[in-house]
Write a protein that binds this ligand. Structure first.
Ligand code: NI
Length: 137
């Protein structure tokens, strides 16, 4: 089994806020992340596909196809967007790195046609990332 990873970057804004809580509770739990003007991150996404190399091509999957899939499903949807307002797939959930990784898994897993999606790793900053190995919700 081979694990092939493609890495990409996108920038997006968000804030954390639970409308069922008081302002004070939001401040206590989320701190400055509750500022509803939002703040930005340069996210780094690593998408890992597991498979065996095709005997004809020597490749796990068509790399051009993977690149196009990531541009269509990730860049077009998330890059330079405000995650709280502009991404229907995140409606009703807190746009944390955790939830974003699960959403990315759901978007990509059914569309990988050769091999299978093994891991979504999403960096919110150079020293903080989450790993998603499946649809855990
Ligand atoms: Ni943040």
């Amino acid at each position: 089994m081979i694990y092939l990873t493609r890495k990409m970057e996108f920038s997006a804004a968000h804030f954390y806020y639970n409308p069922e809580w008081s302002e004070e509770q939001n401040q206590r739990v989320f701190g400055k992340c509750a500022n509803r003007h939002g703040h930005g991150h340069n996210y780094i996404l690593e998408v890992t596909v597991a498979g065996t190399p095709d005997p004809q091509t020597g490749m796990v999957l068509d790399l051009a196809e993977l690149k196009q899939l990531l541009e269509r499903e990730i860049t077009d949807r998330f890059d330079h967007r405000h995650l709280n307002f502009e991404v229907p797939e995140l409606a009703g959930c807190q746009p944390t790195t955790e939830n974003l990784a699960v959403t990315i898994w759901r978007l990509l897993a059914p569309k990988i046609r050769q091999g299978r999606l093994h891991r979504v790793r999403l960096y919110e900053s150079p020293d903080l990332f989450v790993d998603c190995y499946g649809d855990t919700q």
